[in-house]
Structures are given as C-alpha cells and as structure tokens.
Design a protein around this ligand. Structure first.
Ligand SMILES: Nc1nc2c(ncn2[C@@H]2O[C@H](COP(=O)(O)OP(=O)(O)OP(=O)(O)O)[C@@H](O)[C@H]2O)c(=O)[nH]1
Ligand SMILES: [Mg+2]
Length: 256
C-alpha cells in the first residue's frame, strides 16, 4: 500500500490536473487518493463497503475534491485552517502561491467522507494555474469578504470563470467571510442573500476568526456530495439550500 506523504507546503507547485470522466464522479476510497495531480487515480463509483486507508493514515469510504476560490485576502486559507485545525491564522497576511491542499475526513450519517480541500491563490497572476484544477472539483466554495466591496463585486466574474472551467454540475456555495468585523462591514447580509438568490446559490456568512458557520459550510458540502454519490432510493433527497438556510447561524447570534 502506498504511503506517499502529500506535499502540504504553501507554494506547492501545481501538478497537471488529472482526467475525470464527464460525470464528475466521486473518488472511491483507496490508498493514495490524498495526492492530487497526475498520480491521482481516476474517479469512479464509490465503494462504501470498503473503507480504505488514505496516505494520511485516515480511513474513509469516499473522497471528494472541494476547491476554495475568491479574491486574494477574502480568507480562503484562514477558513480552511479554521476547519482543519480549529485555529485562526492571525497576524501577517501571507498570500497563497499557486495552490495548496489539506484533507479532512468527516462522518456523514455513518459514512466516512474525505474532503480533499484545495486552497487556491486569489491573486490574478495565478489564475492560469487554478484554471487547471476546476474541472476536477466536485464542489466549490466561492468567498467574498464582507469588509471589501470589490471582492463582492467580483463574484460575478468568478461565476463566469466557474461556468467556463468547472463541471456543469459542480456543487457551489457562496460565502461572505469576516462577519466578525462588524465595524468594517460594507456588504450587507441582504446583499449577499440577494446575489445568491439571483444565481440560485446556497449562501452563508462565515468568520474564520470566530469559527461562525465554518464547520457547517464544509459539512453541508460533504452531505450534498455524499448524497449525490450514494443516495439510497428510499432515502429522502438532501436539499443543500434548505439545510444551509435552516442551520446557518446569524453573526448577531454570537455563535463561536
Ligand atoms: N477579521 C477577520 N479576518 C480574517 C478572517 N479570515 C481571514 N482574515 C484575515 O484576512 C487576511 C487574508 O486571509 P487569507 O486567508 O490569507 O486570505 P486568502 O483568501 O487565502 O488570500 P490569497 O491566498 O491571497 O488568495 C489575513 O490577514 C487574515 O488574518 C475572518 O474571518 N475575520
Ligand atoms: Mg490563501
């Protein structure tokens, strides 16, 4: 069994994207799937009955790729670190170079779902690098910063890019981050809701600093992807929109 250690360093150079079948199927559990790029095995139907050991030493049933996109500085890396490690990266802003990734295995209704989370660089000069990864993504978290109007205005441009490069059925969620910075807020919650409605996207406001809605955003995506790939005929359909609007906490509720 392969025990390759995946590169986790910032600034990891971008491997070429691996080929996916048109159906954008989930990755079945098997060793070595933690490593993105040319060595990653082709996707295929999930095999929930055969939990496998990933290269991080983590058992999982099915794996999916989730990509974080949005302008530089909106908090993609911090959101990922908050979710993965439960910590906030305060201090000097270190912009991501190229692409970085982290893995986390979640228990979704008794199924071990491994999320391979790709943290992209928001800076324009890395755009061609990130384009190569879109088509392999099963889900995209599109972020803007509620204290930065330009990052909100750029959401439409990001959606155009997503439609151009991602799979047509990619699971997509819009996140307005940094809601802890109430005094600096320039994008109202209603504006985010309106934009999300316009494009038919599930929407939540988050804070990588306090952790507000961070676990929820990733869990919602994991539930959606797991259901898409292994829903039993008798099982009621998971509705991402409903789940997110029902479970999403408002910043004023002072959740963690
Ligand atoms: N107050 C507050 N600051 C945040 C939050 N999330 C991120 N930040 C800060 O915003 C800055 C940018 O965060 P990053 O996560 O590095 O931004 P990024 O989107 O990864 O940026 P690129 O890698 O350049 O694309 C850092 O100084 C963070 O400390 C948040 O939820 N609240
Ligand atoms: Mg970053």
């Amino acid at each position: 069994m392969s025990r390759k250690k995946p590169s986790k360093s910032k600034g990891a150079s971008a491997p070429a994207a691996s080929t996916l079948p048109a159906a954008n199927g989930p990755q079945p559990a098997r060793s070595g799937t933690a490593r993105p790029g040319p060595d990653a095995p082709p996707n295929g139907p999930p095999q929930p009955g055969r939990p496998s050991l990933g290269s991080d030493g983590d058992f999982y049933d099915v794996a999916f790729k989730v990509m974080l996109v949005g302008d530089s500085g909106v908090g993609k890396t911090c959101l990922l670190v908050r979710f993965k490690d439960g910590a906030f990266l305060a201090g000097t802003f270190i912009s991501t170079v190229g692409i970085d990734f982290r893995n986390k295995v979640l228990d979704v209704d008794g199924v071990k779902v491994k999320l391979q989370m790709w943290d992209t660089a928001g800076q324009e000069r890395f755009r061609s690098v990130t384009h190569a990864y879109y088509r392999d993504a099963h889900a995209l978290l599109l972020l803007y910063d509620v204290t930065n109007k330009a990052s909100f205005d750029n959401i439409q441009a990001w959606l155009t890019e997503i439609h151009e490069y991602a799979q047509h059925d990619v699971a997509l969620m819009l996140l307005g981050n940094k809601v802890d910075s109430a005094h600096e807020r320039v994008v109202k919650r209603e504006d985010g809701e309106k934009l999300a409605k316009e494009y038919g996207l599930p929407f939540m406001e988050t804070s990588a600093k306090t952790g507000l809605n961070v676990d929820l955003a990733f869990t919602a995506i994991a539930k959606e992807l797991k259901q898409r790939s292994m829903k039993a005929p008798s099982e009621p359909r998971f509705r991402l929109h409903d789940y997110v609007s029902r479970e999403g906490h408002r910043a004023s509720c002072c959740h963690p």
